[in-house]
Design a binder for this molecule. Structure first.
Ligand code: PGA
Length: 281
């Protein structure tokens, strides 16, 4: 199963979210076993997280009935935590945040902790996106602290790495990404608990996509870095590709060995287009 994550960045508000969810959920309703085919993840602006969580909760009771039937249990037999866990696990699109702070709480104006994200139904959090590294000057060391904070709250971090055009032109892209990974991923984590998104900066929002060979080379290299430096085994969804993904190139990229899914920016703003990307062979 592949992960297809939508990174809305600072786009869409309540009205657009309603429209997007309406189209998306209507489509999901027409597909058998949707959740077994794709792990769709929506990473909206933080202000929408709680709203989307509530909207998805409302639609989740059908799934709950299914689960109760399979378990042979009645509603009263479940604890509140169990119910919450099922409602989040069974939803047709999971929720992710675009960032979190590395501390649990405190005087950090404008920030949100990983603990808070879990309260609004998040299962994923994007960390170290190149836009944050550039505009908020996030260092590898800070990203590593955030990854730790996310893992402590059982969130799945989607850690973004990727080289600039300059690095690629100089042939230093592999070394650059290796360095980024070794410094942005805490030493004591295991392979299975996190996701790496390879997003070359020169491809983000530019319409320029690396060749399939370039993506494959990096994917293999990142797997090797993990095998040599971290404990545990790789899982199918370990590595995502991101950068100018659309429904025109997504299928080919998903066929590359070791690519476990996609992180989609611009193209994910349109529900129809996102659905097309989620629908692969
Ligand atoms: P893009 O963005 O798909 O618009 O290139 C991807 C990302 O930044 O995650």
């Amino acid at each position: 199963m592949k992960i297809i994550a939508a990174n809305w960045k600072m786009n869409h508000c309540f009205d657009e979210t309603d429209e997007w969810l309406e189209v998306f959920l209507k489509h999901v309703g027409t597909v058998d076993n949707w959740s077994k085919k794709v792990e769709a993840v929506l990473c909206p602006p933080a202000i929408l997280l709680d709203y989307i969580d509530s909207e998805l909760m409302e639609g989740s009771f059908d799934f709950l009935e299914e689960v109760m039937k399979q378990d042979g249990r009645e509603f009263e037999d479940y604890s509140a935590e169990e119910l919450n866990e099922i409602l989040i696990r069974e939803r047709p699109i999971k929720i992710g945040a675009q960032d979190c702070h590395d501390e649990r709480k405190g005087s950090f104006t404008g920030n949100m902790s990983a603990t808070m994200l879990t309260k609004v139904g998040c299962q994923y959090v994007i960390l170290g996106h190149s836009e944050r590294r550039t505009h908020q000057l996030e260092s590898d060391a800070l990203v590593a602290k955030k990854v730790k904070a996310a893992l402590d709250q059982k969130l799945i971090p989607i850690i973004c790495v990727g080289e600039s055009k300059e690095m690629r032109d100089q042939g230093k892209h592999l070394a650059f990404v290796k360095n980024q990974i070794l410094n942005s991923v805490p030493q004591d984590v295991t392979f299975e608990t996190l996701i790496i998104a390879y997003e070359p900066i020169w491809s983000i929002g530019t319409g320029i996509v690396p060749s399939l060979e370039q993506i494959a080379e990096m994917s293999e290299y990142i797997h090797q870095i993990f095998a040599e430096n971290f404990a545990g085994n790789s899982k199918e969804q370990f590595m995502l590709y991101g950068g100018s993904v659309t429904s025109l190139n997504s299928q080919k990229i998903l066929k590359i060995d070791n690519i476990g899914g996609l992180l989609v920016g611009g193209a994910s703003l349109d529900a129809e287009e996102f659905i097309k990307i989620c629908t692969f062979e």
